[in-house]
Design a protein around this ligand. Structure first.
Ligand code: FES
Length: 270
């Protein structure tokens, strides 16, 4: 007879434990390179995001910086307010970007791919395959606080709302400063490229894939859901790439708008 792990049932107990290797790893390749690059890339995004969220130059007709959109406080310039609304009154004195930060940040923080990235690069848990981790205990995502990662699906719904808002911002970027339609500046193109990548990343989400056709037993009985699932699955196979591309596109789009608003970028088709 065999155990479920495929070992003979009468195998001595000590042989069922992990190999007792003193060295942290026997790998001789540059296993540290991927986590080091991930660390640098994510850290640069966090530093930029922290700066941007407190920066006040987030709007210049017809562009609004993605990190500060939707702008929902009365402190937002009139043209920057989402659909003209300002549900958060004068009592909100912090930068308006903080109001909505939780949705995109929560979406990326709980993303299955980013989890892999920062568990390796920041927590070294473990830093790479076949490399020992410094932690004594491993409880996975079964306890607080990591069990909260399971709310990812709800952040997905929030991320769809943010993607819709950014799409609307990109539509408004087709007007000039006087409100006439037909304007195409460099900012318009940058905002559109960003919004396409944001949608591609959002729809490639594993939760989205499950929402489209998870638990279906008969694809043939649900042709529309099957089509959606096929489309999402194709995107899903590029989820890691889309995570990086959309992260940098949103950062660059945000920076571009702020530089135009500050007058640092100042040419005819900005
Ligand atoms: Fe990455 Fe959902 S799994 S966004």
């Amino acid at each position: 007879t065999q155990t479920t792990a495929g070992r003979p049932a009468n195998e001595p107990a000590q042989r069922k434990q992990r190999a007792q290797i003193k060295a942290r790893t026997l790998r001789t390749d540059r296993w540290w390179l991927a986590p080091a690059i991930t660390f640098a890339a994510l850290a640069s995004f966090l530093v930029y995001g922290f700066w941007a969220i407190f920066d006040q130059s987030y709007f210049v007709e017809p562009y609004i910086a993605p990190f500060s959109s939707p702008c929902l406080a009365t402190s937002c310039p009139e043209g920057a307010r989402f659909l003209g609304l300002a549900p958060f009154g004068d009592w909100w004195t912090l930068p308006p970007g903080i109001l909505i930060l939780g949705l995109p940040a929560g979406f990326r923080l709980t993303c299955y791919y980013y989890r892999k990235g920062y568990y390796r690069a920041f927590w070294l848990s473990p830093p790479a395959c076949a490399v020992g981790e410094p932690h004594k205990k491993y409880t996975g995502e079964t306890r607080l606080p990591l069990i909260i990662q399971n709310v990812h699906r709800y952040f997905f719904y929030g991320a769809v709302l943010i993607a819709l808002v950014l799409t609307w911002d990109a539509v408004l970027a087709l007007r000039d400063a006087e409100g006439n339609w037909g304007h195409v500046g460099l900012g318009t193109i940058i905002l559109w490229v960003n919004v396409v990548l944001i949608w591609a990343y959002t729809l490639s989400c594993h939760s989205c894939r499950h929402i489209t056709a998870g638990r279906l037993n008969h694809f043939s009985k649900h042709p529309v859901r099957y089509k959606m699932w096929t489309f999402v699955s194709r995107l899903n196979s590029r989820h890691m790439l889309l995570a990086w591309l959309s992260m940098y596109s949103v950062m660059l789009a945000d920076l571009y708008v702020r530089l135009v608003a500050k007058g640092v970028i100042n040419f005819p088709f900005a």
